[in-house]
Ligand binder design. Sequence first.
Ligand code: NAD
Ligand code: GLY
Length: 378
Amino acid sequence: MSETIHVALGARAYDVHVGAGLLARAAEIIAPFAPSGRIFIVTDKNVAHHHGAMLTKALSALKPTLIALEPGEHTKSFAGLEQLTSQLLAANISRKDLIVAFGGGVIGDLAGLAAGLVKRGVEFVQIPTTLLAQVDSSVGGKTAIDTPHGKNLIGLFHQPRAVIVDTSVLATLPERERRAGYAEIVKVGLIGDAPFFEWCEKAAPFVIGTTPEPEKLGGRVHRDATIATAVKHAIAFKARVVEKDETEQGARALLNLGHTFAHALEAHGGYSNQLLHGEAVAVGMGLAFQLSANLGLCGETDAARVRKHLSNAGFVTDLRQLPGAPFDPAKLLALMAGDKKNEAGKLTLILARGIGRAFIEKDAPTEVVRELLQQETT
Ligand code: NAD
Ligand code: GLY
């Protein structure tokens, strides 16, 4: 059983197919987008180990070439881009071939960027394999690499032709990675859907997989159904936002709740795998709500409820305890000042008037942000 969520973007419209066991049907979904009948599967070595043989078999009619890169955020770099594009060119990729990004957000962002650049643009399909990539990064066409100046600063909007979300591949995903993906799910509730946040407060242990012995008490069935609900809800929410604002001229920036703080924390730590992107987003969302409370925009109770939920879900929400600590507040602020969303030297942040009531603040008071960072890091 699978469902389709359409992303209505005119000439760049596409479907997100969601269901358990969809990898087996990948050829039928992908074939229309590979006119040459030749595809390049870009993946990382972990995903290749767990699921590479299965996908290669499912796509055998399309003569797949498998390129398996080193796993981890460091691959999403100029060096990773050079390596991947060189391999594609050495294999004489043509504009009629198709790139299949098969992995987490690192592979999706990197392979999507390579697809947008190689021979001035090759079509690509996303097959996300982490919870984070399934609910967020594979949909919406943002592609990028990181630089020492900041995260995702070199990139393109390049929409995939289709997205295939097979929730059964999540079975091999470590719990820490599932939790990181959960951050982008609960983000949806915090931005614009308070009832969904309330649902998340109950559902988090099932989505993350911390419920004991799911086989007993019908737990596995409940867990799979809960994950499917969460994944579809988050994708549909994102699809609606992207349809309204494909290239982030306005409302799409809401999806970056917590991300300006998160990107600064990730860059501060040199993009080390000590701190996963989703973990940084979780702490960043807590900070965005705390800042909103400090500015009198939302109640302290909302900020406390958000941070309590994130902490109950297993995230570290205290910057002093976060891997990479101690953080230098001045350096964090400088990194935040380099964010893509900023205009005319002013700090743009996503703040909230309550749970589910996020908004874009284009001139966040730097002094109050500085005080918050000072207070949270010392
Ligand atoms: P990731 O791609 O590094 O994957 C996490 C780890 O899980 C890796 O070690 C990977 O090898 C492993 N893995 C992947 N699938 C697996 C599976 N099914 N079983 C076992 N192991 C598996 O990290 P991520 O969290 O998926 O993505 C983070 C990246 O996504 C960041 O760079 C972030 O900036 C980016 N991102 C992009 C967007 C966007 O809109 N483009 C949105 C959110 C995040
Ligand atoms: N992850 C934010 C966006 O896609 O816009």
